[in-house]
Design a binder for this molecule. Structure first.
Ligand code: ADP
Length: 185
């Protein structure tokens, strides 16, 4: 499903985020930026060891040795990936505090988009942040994710945003939400 918002495009696809050839892909990282399981591990594996080296450098230099906070985003090169850049953001772990999780998840999308725009990037692919190991219920996450992206695209001249969902099951949830959020389009 693909829609136009304020001259930008928003598309939902079924696919593997590590294979996307948008200018940037988004990594749902953990705060250490040292890789891990799920999509994070797959992105580091596909990008090669230089990605970890740059992440270590960011931890030391940009973050003064601290973790990347939930909802924040940083950018690296893409190395062996098709994407030129990786934007690393940290989604919230679902612990039942819905309001707090919504704010943090929304910030993860918005901060990633703002960082992309600041770097002149005009196409970006997101996975479904927080809905794996971080246990955020997919339906609730889809509402927050899509509303954040729609709000950003409504206010910015950006380009193309792709949500790369890993299976039909996730795709169907996001598609239903997108239809509900954009009844007039
Ligand atoms: P988080 O820690 O933010 O929950 P995960 O990596 O555990 O992140 O998973 C996030 C979502 O991405 C899950 O819904 C999972 O099914 C999906 N996913 C897993 N591998 C891929 C992939 N290669 N491309 C796109 N999505 C993926």
């Amino acid at each position: 499903m693909k829609i136009e918002i304020n001259g930008n495009s928003l598309e939902l696809i079924v696919g593997d985020i590590t294979m996307q050839d948008t200018e940037a892909i988004v990594n749902p990282a953990n705060g250490t930026l040292m890789g891990g399981g799920g999509v994070d591990g797959a992105i580091h594996h596909a990008a090669g060891g230089e990605l970890l080296e740059e992440c270590k450098q960011i931890r030391e230099e940009e973050l003064d040795g601290n973790y990347l906070r939930t909802g924040k985003a940083v950018i690296t090169k893409g190395y062996n990936l098709k994407a030129l850049y990786v934007i690393h953001t940290v989604g919230p772990v679902w612990e039942g505090n819905r309001e707090d999780a919504e704010t943090k998840l929304s910030h993860a999308y918005i901060n990633s988009l703002q960082l992309a725009k600041k770097n002149g990037i005009t196409s970006i692919s997101f996975p479904s942040i927080s809905t794996g190991v971080y246990r955020y219920p997919t339906k609730l996450a889809s509402i927050v994710a899509l509303q954040a992206i729609i709000d950003f695209l409504s206010e910015n001249n950006f380009g193309s945003v792709v949500l790369t969902l890993y299976s039909e099951k996730y795709y169907d949830v996001y598609e239903e939400t997108l239809k509900n959020l954009t009844p007039k389009i």
